[in-house]
Ligand binder design. Structure first.
Ligand SMILES: Nc1ncnc2c1ncn2[C@@H]1O[C@H](COP(=O)(O)OP(=O)(O)OP(=O)(O)O)[C@@H](O)[C@H]1O
Length: 244
């Protein structure tokens, strides 16, 4: 399977603080990849580097074979990289549907039938009944769904999801996982940062663990989550305590 996204030796520093440290991985087309790691490990920063809202300090990023390392975020979006943000910031005075039309117009200039595409996305994301409501009136789950819908409106080949399940109830989380599985099954490649590991592992085929800006573990979700080192850094389970 050919790579859709490749990161090679990517570093990012804020002054003396190195937040991404020699990050190298590739995402095959159609794969769903999960990223976990403690708070402040550098996960969202990695999305900012892939999406182009932050420049790398060094290293290279390729998308579908093209070097996008210095490309602006808007061009990356039009190439097919789209993301949701940890804290949704919709245009609160506009309707749900209008929010989607804006995202579609921005990320998908060639779209011939944006209105029909937006209706389909509202359906897929479970927002059809809310289409004419002001985005500011939505519940947290609906805002998360709108965040996902806005990301889909630019017709992505790579969808970056940043803690989209955070703050939801167990039932809401379960429903959202079903929606994301449906998007994955349509062939959209996904990278999902999430602290709710059981939601993540219901969707992704591979996990990467980041700690202090470095990739410290990578592989099949079961193998990664049962790695004692990962349990120690991520869940606070001391390997020594466990053995005692
Ligand atoms: N623009 C910035 N300027 C300076 N420091 C920053 C900037 N953005 C992020 N950082 C720092 O980089 C580190 C990594 O932040 P980042 O948000 O990427 O972590 P994270 O793994 O996504 O955390 P969380 O799980 O809490 O969302 C943190 O110490 C943060 O304070």
């Amino acid at each position: 399977m050919s790579a859709l996204l490749e990161l090679e030796g990517v570093d990012k520093s804020f002054g003396a603080l190195k937040v991404s440290d020699d990050i190298t991985f590739s995402l095959p087309k159609g794969q769903a990849l999960g990223i976990i790691g403690p708070n402040g490990a550098g996960k969202s920063t990695l999305f900012n580097l892939i999406g182009g809202t932050l420049p790398v300090s060094s290293g290279a990023i390729r998308f579908d074979g093209a070097d996008i390392t210095r490309m602006p975020a808007s061009s990356r979006c039009r190439m097919g990289i789209s993301r949701s943000f940890q804290i949704p910031h919709p245009f609160v005075g506009m309707s749900v549907y209008e929010n989607l039309l804006v995202a579609s117009a921005f990320g998908n200039a060639d779209h011939h039938d944006a209105e029909a595409a937006c209706r389909d996305i509202l359906d897929v994301t479970g927002l059809l009944a809310r289409a004419n409501r002001p985005a500011g009136s939505l519940t947290l789950l609906e805002r998360k769904r709108l965040e996902l819908a806005r990301a889909l409106a630019s017709n992505p080949r790579l969808l970056l999801l940043d803690e989209i399940a955070g703050g939801l109830t167990e039932g809401e989380c379960h429903d959202l996982v079903g929606t994301i599985q449906g998007i994955r099954d349509q062939g959209v490649s996904i990278i999902w940062i999430e602290h709710i590991v059981h939601a993540l592992t219901a969707v992704v085929e591979r996990l990467i663990v980041i700690d202090f800006g470095k990739i410290v573990a990578e592989g099949a979700p079961d193998a990664v989550m049962s790695d004692p080192f990962v349990q120690e850094i991520y869940m606070g389970i001391s390997v020594d305590d466990d053995a005692a």
